[in-house]
Design a protein around this ligand. Structure first.
Ligand SMILES: Nc1ncnc2c1ncn2[C@@H]1O[C@H](COP(=O)(O)OP(=O)(O)OP(=O)(O)O)[C@@H](O)[C@H]1O
Ligand code: SF4
Ligand SMILES: [Mg+2]
Length: 427
């Protein structure tokens, strides 16, 4: 990174929450402002911020040629990647509205010595075939645990205490361990945050990929190998024939993640849960993978739950968005509606904290305070201590109230458009 006094050049922050990113940027801006004041050099307006590997344009910066024409939802710049056309789908996309995955009242709790940690607390959503849902929220809010619960991968002391997980109408919680193992990897697959949760370090890639196919389909080794090679090509692995014979330690971290993504695509499942799988990848590879998963969704009707911190990625990829806070869903709806006019104060705070919304010279916005530990949540609404709209009513726990395709868990939701909000306010 090269920074001259008074000039913020580039910040690339990975795997951190929006608030942390905003704080780091705020600190850098303060430093730049002080340096500028000390040297008398006027701060220049040109700047580019790369967030989770993606460039976010600043509203005050001169239009950059590579950002021109990018889709904006509200003031979030959508991640740039080649989109797979919706109309190219096969017959399966015709049943897009039939829910392929329905989660109803899911609660996953950890029974610890200090108390009960409610990592997932009353989470409900349903997802139609071919649809993409972005699941967003700060670190520790329960995004991954929601994915693990759906996959039946919660280890003690955690356990699902209530709720239903319906895959094409069949409750996965009622299946025997053997039956659930048959479903996992074939009808529902997960791409983990850490690719080594998928890969066995002592087995060659071809062995692992072919085993993943032959465990669920009765096809011969030659065809399984062919399908593995095709899947590696889909995620941009060069020389797939040669790479199939390699071991995981012979790949870079980004390539291992691509192999893990390829394994999830192998059996063309009905549902894929992707847990921040492209965070460690460079923007070109990320674009290619986003294109391939979107193609899979459109062509074969796969429903995709994409867990991420990255709102620009959600704006570019997702059809709908669910926002989590402290184990609960606080807002749900179509991506354009939620990102364009967020109703929950937390969602609004997240979007306003995005660096692309902030104007140079003004303090960067952030949600005040920190996410409370799950064992010490405030009484009533868990967001109460950080919320500028909190009243006495918020001492009671709000419920998720739906209005059409939009649902919000708040007694005093915002009704106004994001753009109409006064410049100075925070959450
Ligand atoms: N073994 C455990 N014992 C107790 N609490 C746990 C355990 N594992 C997870 N948790 C709690 O579950 C909560 C949700 O964790 P989860 O991994 O789903 O967060 P996340 O939203 O995916 O965060 P990140 O964005 O950092 O990946 C955390 O607050 C954590 O404290
Ligand atoms: S219920 Fe009250 S405290 Fe909670 S987000 Fe809404 S206004 Fe804020
Ligand atoms: Mg996680």
């Amino acid at each position: 990174m090269i920074a001259s006094p008074g000039n913020v050049v580039l910040l690339c922050a990975l795997r951190t929450g929006w608030c942390v990113q905003a704080c780091v940027i705020a600190a850098l801006e303060t430093f730049a402002g002080q340096a500028s004041a000390a040297t008398g050099i006027a701060a220049r307006a040109t700047r580019s911020i790369s967030l989770n590997g993606l460039s976010l344009s600043s509203p005050w910066s001169p239009a950059r040629p590579d950002l021109r024409g990018r889709r904006m939802i509200g003031n979030i710049t959508a991640a740039k990647f080649l989109r797979f056309p919706v109309t190219s789908g096969s017959g399966k996309t015709a049943i897009m509205n039939a829910p392929v995955l329905s989660v109803e009242g899911l609660r996953t709790h950890f029974l610890t010595r200090k108390g009960v940690v409610k990592a997932v607390d009353d989470v409900s959503f349903s997802l139609g075939a071919g649809r993409v849902m972005g699941l967003v929220g700060e670190s520790g809010c329960g995004k991954s645990m929601t994915g693990y619960s759906i996959m039946g991968l919660v280890d003690p002391p955690g356990r699902i205490v209530s709720g239903r997980i319906l895959l094409n109408g069949e409750d996965l919680r009622l299946l025997s361990p053997q039956a659930l193992r048959r479903v996992r990897g074939s009808r529902i697959a997960m791409i983990f945050q850490d690719p080594m949760m998928t890969l066995n370090p002592v087995l060659r890639i071809d062995t692992q990929m072919m085993e993943a196919i032959q465990a669920h389909q009765s096809i011969d080794r030659r065809r399984a190998r062919e399908r593995s090679r095709e899947a590696l090509g889909q995620v941009g692995i060069p020389s797939p024939d040669e790479r199939l014979r390699a071991y995981p330690h012979q790949f870079s971290g980004g390539m291992r993640q691509r192999v893990a993504i390829a394994i999830a695509l192998l059996n063309r499942p009905d549902v894929i849960i992707a847990d921040e799988p492209t965070t460690a990848l460079d923007v070109t590879i990320q674009g290619q993978i986003l294109y391939e998963v979107q193609k899979l969704c459109r062509e074969s009707g796969t429903a995709l739950v994409w867990i991420t911190h990255d709102l620009s990625l959600v704006a570019g990829l997702a059809d709908e968005v669910s926002v989590m806070y402290a184990g609960k869903l606080v807002e749900q709806g179509e991506a354009a509606a939620v990102l364009g006019s967020p109703m929950h104060p937390y969602t609004r705070g997240l979007i306003l904290s995005a660096p692309s919304r902030n104007v140079r010279g003004r303090p960067l916005r952030q949600i005040p305070g920190m996410t409370p530990p799950l064992l010490q949540l405030p009484k009533g609404c868990a967001f109460r201590d950080r919320c500028a709209r909190a009243t006495e009513a918020c001492l009671t726990e709000p419920t998720l109230t739906a209005n059409g395709s939009r649902a919000v868990r708040c007694f005093h939701p915002h009704r106004e458009e994001l753009a109409q909000e006064s410049a100075g306010s925070t959450a």
